[in-house]
Design a protein around this ligand. Structure first.
Ligand code: HEC
Length: 139
């Protein structure tokens, strides 16, 4: 019996601060929709049109779109949000292509991206370049 009350006590104290935190987050997110990530500052390098075309095709034939949508968050972040987050630069293309091959989590929250060990670095680079180019094409 005491154990039951102890549990009750635990759950009630655990929920109280959480509610407060949540309402604060709601206030923050009402002003901007994409503030769940921090934008990395930097200029964009020249877009390699052949590379991004190749990336677009490779993505269409892979499993990426099971978890990613272009404009909206799904299991994974929206490709457009990824493009807004990182500048189009060789460094970030390399970084993201390694992440596409190895999988992982932690940059966008809890869900895990599956690994793609059969992709070559060259192909995953094209995919990463295509994703990063998405918000820069109209400029
Ligand atoms: C099983 C679902 C799933 C599949 C399949 C998947 N992704 Fe992801 N992807 C995720 C999740 C979840 C994240 C966020 C990971 C994180 O928070 O670090 C992510 C993140 C990313 C990122 C950003 C990584 C970062 O560190 O900012 C890129 C780029 C990306 N995915 C590209 C791809 C490409 C290209 C493919 C296809 C080859 C693919 N994803 C397939 C779920 C998936």
């Amino acid at each position: 019996m005491t154990r039951f009350f102890f549990l009750l006590f635990l759950t009630s104290t655990a929920c109280a601060p959480l509610d407060k935190k949540e309402s604060k987050e709601n206030e923050l997110s009402s002003s901007k929709t994409d503030d769940y990530f921090r934008v990395v500052e930097g200029h964009d390098e020249e877009i390699d049109q052949d590379l991004i075309k190749k990336g677009e095709v490779l993505i269409a034939y892979s499993d990426c779109l099971d978890c990613h949508k272009i404009e909206n968050r799904a299991k994974g972040p929206a490709f457009l949000d990824i493009a807004k987050r990182y500048p189009y630069q060789e460094v970030y293309i390399n970084l993201l292509s390694r992440k596409i091959i190895n999988g992982g989590n932690g940059s966008w929250g809890n869900p895990i991206m599956s690994a793609h060990p059969n992709l070559s670095f060259e192909d995953s680079k094209a995919m990463a370049a295509y994703v990063l180019s998405l918000d820069k094409l109209e400029d």
